[in-house]
Design a protein around this ligand. Structure first.
Ligand code: SAM
Length: 292
C-alpha cells in the first residue's frame, strides 16, 4: 500500500479513535505511564531545555516534560488528531507548554524547532512513512540533540493488546482495516533491525534499540478495564456507535479474553514488551566524518 493511502488511513483511524482516548485520558496516563517512563528517564530533560513530544495524544507525557524543563524551558506536544490536541490544551496549562495539531510526516520541521530533545511514547510505529516522520524529527533537533522513544515489540510479548478488540468484535459492527506486515500499527516496529535501518535512513547517529519490559497494573474493575481497552483500540469507534445491549455484550466479550490477565481482588497485570529507542542528531563535524 502506498504511503499516501496509508497516511489517509492513519489520519482516519486516529480521528475515529480520538473520542475514546479523550474519554480515558486520565486512566491512560496513569496506567500507561510505565510504557513511556524509560524514555523520559533516558532523555533526562533539564531545566531550560526545549523539548518536543511526538504523537502526544492527550498530552500527559508532554506535561511531564514541561515540568521537567521548567521554569525557563518549553515543551511542544504534536499530534495528528486535532480533537486530542484540543483535549490536551484543556487538560494542561503548565508554563512553557504548547500543543500543536499536525502530521509529523508532512512537516519540514516542527514549529518551535530546533529542540534539544524529542520524546515519543508509543507513536513512531504508527507512521505511514516512518523515514519521512523520523526525518522531520531529526531535522527538528539541534545538532547533537537527542531522541528517546518507546514502541511496542511484537504481539507475543504484548498478548493483552488485541484481546479487548477480539473479545468485543463479535458484538459490534465492522472494524477499520487492520495492519498487515509492517504497515503502521502497534507491532510495525517489532523488528529491531528494521528500526535501526529506518533511523539510519532518517539521518540519526548513536542508535540504540533496547528491550524494555514493563507490567501495566489496572484496577480490579472488569467493566471499566474492558471499556478502556476497547475504546482506545480499533473497535473503539464501533463500540461508541453501538446501542447499550451491544456495548454490554462487547465489554463482557472483552472481559472474558482479558480474564487470564486478572487476579481477582488484586487487579489486572498486563505484560508489555517494548523497545526503548535512543539516537542523536548528528553534529556537523560528525556528519562530515560519517560521510568519509
Ligand atoms: C498510541 S497513541 C499514544 C499517545 C500518547 N503518546 C500516549 O502515550 O498517551 C499514538 C498517537 O500518535 C499520533 N500519531 C500517529 N501518527 C502520527 C503522525 N504521523 N504525526 C503526528 N502524530 C501521529 C496519534 O494521533 C495518537 O495520538
Amino acid at each position: 500500500m502506498r504511503a499516501a493511502a496509508l497516511r489517509a488511513r492513519n489520519a482516519a483511524f486516529w480521528e475515529q479513535a480520538a473520542p475514546g482516548w479523550i474519554e480515558h485520558a486520565d486512566r491512560q496516563d496513569e496506567i500507561g505511564r510505565p510504557l513511556g517512563a524509560a524514555a523520559l528517564d533516558r532523555l533526562r530533560p533539564r531545566p531550560g531545555e526545549r523539548v518536543l513530544d511526538v504523537g502526544c495524544g492527550c498530552g500527559g507525557a508532554t506535561a511531564e516534560l514541561a515540568r521537567a524543563v521548567a521554569p525557563t524551558g518549553s515543551a511542544v506536544g504534536l499530534d495528528l488528531a486535532e480533537a486530542m490536541v484540543a483535549a490536551a490544551r484543556a487538560r494542561f496549562a503548565e508554563p512553557g507548554l504548547r500543543f500543536l495539531a499536525g502530521d509529523v510526516e508532512t512537516l519540514d520541521h516542527v514549529p518551535g524547532a530546533p529542540f534539544d530533545a524529542v520524546h515519543s511514547r508509543m507513536a513512531l510505529m504508527l507512521f505511514a512513512d516512518p523515514v519521512a516522520g523520523l526525518t522531520t524529527i531529526r531535522r527538528s533537533l539541534r545538532a547533537g540533540g537527542r531522541l528517546a522513544a518507546t514502541v511496542f515489540r511484537d504481539g507475543g510479548v504484548n498478548p493483552w493488546l488485541p484481546a479487548a478488540m477480539l473479545g468485543a468484535a463479535p458484538s459490534l459492527g465492522a472494524l477499520p482495516p487492520l495492519p498487515l506486515g509492517d504497515e503502521p500499527g502497534p507491532f510495525a516496529f517489532a523488528d529491531p533491525a528494521r528500526v535501526t535501518r529506518l533511523l539510519t535512513a532518517a539521518g540519526f547517529l548513536d542508535i540504540e534499540v533496547d528491550a524494555h519490559d514493563v507490567t501495566l497494573e489496572a484496577p480490579d474493575d472488569p467493566g471499566a478495564v474492558a471499556a478502556w481497552l476497547i475504546e482506545i483500540g480499533p473497535a473503539g469507534a464501533a463500540y461508541r456507535a453501538a446501542g447499550t445491549p451491544a456495548r454490554t455484550a462487547a465489554r463482557a466479550g472483552a472481559a472474558r479474553l482479558l480474564e487470564r490477565f486478572r487476579t481477582a481482588g488484586a487487579g489486572y497485570h498486563l505484560p508489555s514488551g517494548c523497545w526503548l529507542i535512543t539516537a542523536t542528531s548528528p553534529e556537523p563535524t560528525r556528519r562530515q566524518d560519517s560521510s568519509q
